[in-house]
Structures are given as structure tokens and as C-alpha cells.
Design a protein around this ligand. Structure first.
Ligand SMILES: N[C@@H](CCC(=O)N[C@@H](CS)C(=O)NCC(=O)O)C(=O)O
Length: 201
């Protein structure tokens, strides 16, 4: 039940074999010294690819698409701008807008203060993403790319937990995303783990 699900879906999209390590929250898992050597932030997800460690869900996606180029999940020339722009928009402004609201931190109604915040305010951020997704099949246009794993994960989570408003563009986009085989496989595995955790088996 974590952003680890984003990394799993990305791994399923690139269709590589991987070993999973499920860590508990807290001192015996993510905060243990062994794992802090992998991610000093004591957070998941992280991937180890040979000697290379990548943390940050957005970076994991960009890395996988780049390394496994033959999967064609990275951008073509005319997709590059939207690809980087919207992945970083979701890792920065969108994540800040959504999490600050979830914490109950209201942005002051003061243009000068909003000018200092990378996301300005919640509505501006949501409107910008809605505007981009309206009338597009995927982040980069007609073709699914790794950007959709990351942007899609934000929209998927946000709609499921009510942290992103149910706008038509988000709903149409996420319905298309949820049809993907790799998405379904990833979610089935995570759901099985969540059930196991609940029943303690
Ligand atoms: N910026 C990181 C955030 C990762 C993150 O906050 N993960 C949470 C789970 S969703 C976590 O590991 N929390 C454990 C903790 O901070 O103690 C990313 O996007 O990968």
C-alpha cells in the first residue's frame, strides 16, 4: 500500500524479471540501516539494477524507459517535450498541491505568496493537468509512454482516494490506462499482497 505500486507497474510495462523486496514501514523495514544505505530517505520505492540504485518513482520510470529502450516506452522526438514536462509537473507541483491539501495546509489567498509556491494553488495545478489531458489519449498524444505510468499513477490514486477532483478528462484518461495488461497484472499482484497483509498470512 505505497508508491511501490508505481514502480511495480513500470517494471511490468518494461516486462523484465525482477525480485521484489517488500518492506514494513518503520525501524524493522524501511528505516533499518540496510535499507537506508539504499535510500537514505528511508522510503519506497527503490530499484537496484546491478550496482545502480534509483529512488523516486518518477526517476525509476525515466530510468527504466531509457535503459530498456527497445520497449519503446521512452519519448520519440516529437513526444519529448510533453514527456518530461508532465512527469516533472506531477512529481513537483501536482504532488505538492495534493499532499499539502491532504495535510490541511491551505494556501493563503495572496498572489504574492502563491507566486512563491511552485504549484501556485491547488486549482491552478489541477486545471493545468486537466487542460493537458483533455482531448488527448495519453500524455504525449496518441501513444502510451512511461510518462503515463507516472502521471497515470497520480490520477489513478487521486481519483480512487478523492484527492483529485473527478473531472471528465481524468476519468476518460484513467479508464484507458486501467485497461492495460501490465497495469492489471501489477495491481493484481499488489492486491494479493495487501490481502495477505490484512489476513496476516
Ligand atoms: N518522493 C518519493 C516519495 C516516496 C514516499 O513517500 N514513499 C512512502 C510510501 S508511499 C514511504 O516510503 N513512506 C515511509 C516513510 O516515510 O517512513 C517518490 O516519489 O518515490
Amino acid at each position: 500500500m505505497s508508491r511501490g505500486q508505481i514502480a511495480r507497474w513500470m517494471l511490468e510495462e518494461v516486462a523484465v524479471d525482477y525480485d521484489e523486496h517488500i518492506l514494513a514501514y518503520g525501524p524493522t523495514g524501511m528505516a533499518a540501516d540496510d535499507y537506508r544505505r539504499i535510500n537514505p530517505m528511508a522510503k519506497v520505492p527503490a530499484i537496484a539494477h546491478g550496482e545502480k540504485i534509483v529512488t523516486e518513482a518518477a526517476a525509476i520510470g525515466l530510468y527504466l524507459a531509457d535503459v530498456f529502450q527497445d520497449r519503446r516506452l521512452g519519448p520519440m522526438d516529437d513526444e519529448r517535450a510533453a514527456y518530461y514536462r508532465w512527469v516533472l509537473f506531477c512529481a513537483g507541483p501536482l504532488e505538492q498541491a495534493v499532499t499539502s491539501r491532504a495535510m490541511g495546509w491551505e494556501v493563503p489567498d495572496d498572489p504574492q505568496k502563491q507566486g512563491m509556491l511552485g504549484f501556485g494553488n491547488f486549482e491552478r495545478t489541477i486545471d493545468a493537468l486537466e487542460d493537458h489531458l483533455s482531448g488527448r489519449h495519453y500524455v504525449c498524444g496518441d501513444r502510451f509512454t512511461m510518462a503515463d505510468c507516472y502521471v497515470g499513477s497520480h490520477v489513478d490514486w487521486g481519483l480512487s482516494f478523492g484527492t483529485i477532483p473527478e473531472r471528465a478528462a481524468f476519468k476518460t484518461y484513467i479508464e484507458r490506462i486501467r485497461e492495460r495488461e501490465a497495469y492489471k497484472n501489477a495491481k493484481a499482484r499488489d492486491q494479493a499482497l495487501i490481502e495477505q497483509m490484512k489476513t496476516g498470512e
